[in-house]
Design a protein around this ligand. Structure first.
Ligand code: HEM
Length: 229
């Protein structure tokens, strides 16, 4: 077992494999999180959104996956920092994997973009996740439901009605897009999943993913700020 630990956490290739697998897991989480949050667009005073967040925070399987998610966020961040330090020491330049994407602006600043996203995440989780877990949220009743639900929709409206936070979310999503753009392709490269025939397809899916996902999140604060009341 020691050899596996040494490979995954001490060798440069192993670290990249850990970065790729954890990154792919986080990218899958983003798809689920985006699809769930799309319920903010339903014009029902947040009912579906509150029922959804209740389900996500009470279902035992999803709760278990959430703990894996928190651990993965920390692992991806810490491993990324170690990898960047190691590469900087070795070559005097930041971490990147393929010779092609190596030269891109995004590849060069992956660690900086990643640190900004981590800071965004801490603020975001303080605003919503901590509210859900420990906050004194108002309770709401819905027809046909036997118990009251925490109104998590209320802090979402409150945060997204505040222009500085709308701007903060929009800028963070642009940074997320840049991180995902390189991260998507880099993950496939590091895992050795590259083939002349399929590389253009992977590249296109990566471009689509890194535009659509951050865009989906980005329009939520804008929608709430300008349209929702
Ligand atoms: C801008 C639109 C977004 C909205 C409205 C939103 C909303 C929420 C809400 C209400 C929660 C707490 C309830 C729950 O766990 O579902 C939450 C948790 C979370 N959000 Fe977001 N979110 C947004 C964007 C993001 C982005 C872009 C990321 C990552 C880069 C992210 C990462 C997380 C994480 C990691 C959690 C904790 C999940 C868990 O406990 O399982 N969110 N978000």
């Amino acid at each position: 077992m020691k050899w596996l630990f040494d490979f995954l956490f001490k060798s440069s290739i192993g670290r990249k494999v850990v970065m790729s697998l954890s990154g792919i897991f986080l990218m899958l989480f983003l798809i689920v999180h985006l699809l769930g949050n799309l319920q903010l667009f339903i014009n029902d005073a947040g009912m579906q959104f509150n029922l959804y967040t209740y389900f996500m925070t009470h279902n035992p399987v999803i709760k278990t996956i959430s703990y894996i998610l928190y651990a993965t966020i920390l692992l991806h961040t810490i491993q990324g920092i170690f990898l960047a330090i190691e590469n900087r020491k070795a070559k005097g330049q930041s971490y990147a994997v393929s010779s092609n994407v190596n030269k891109s602006f995004f590849a060069k600043y992956m660690i900086h973009l990643g640190v900004v996203i981590f800071i965004f995440l801490m603020i975001h989780m303080y605003q919503f996740w901590l509210q859900m877990k420990l906050g004194n949220l108002p309770m709401v009743n819905y027809p046909g439901k036997e118990h009251a639900y925490k109104d998590l929709y209320a802090p979402v409206l409150q945060v997204f009605k505040d222009l500085p936070f709308v701007i903060f979310y929009v800028i963070s999503m642009l940074i997320l897009a840049m991180h995902l753009y390189h991260g998507f392709q880099s993950a496939f490269q590091s895992l050795g999943l590259n083939h002349k025939k399929y590389n253009p397809l992977i590249q296109w899916i990566g471009i689509l993913y890194s535009i659509l996902i951050p865009f989906g999140f980005l329009i939520m604060p804008i929608y709430v700020y300008f349209i929702q009341r």
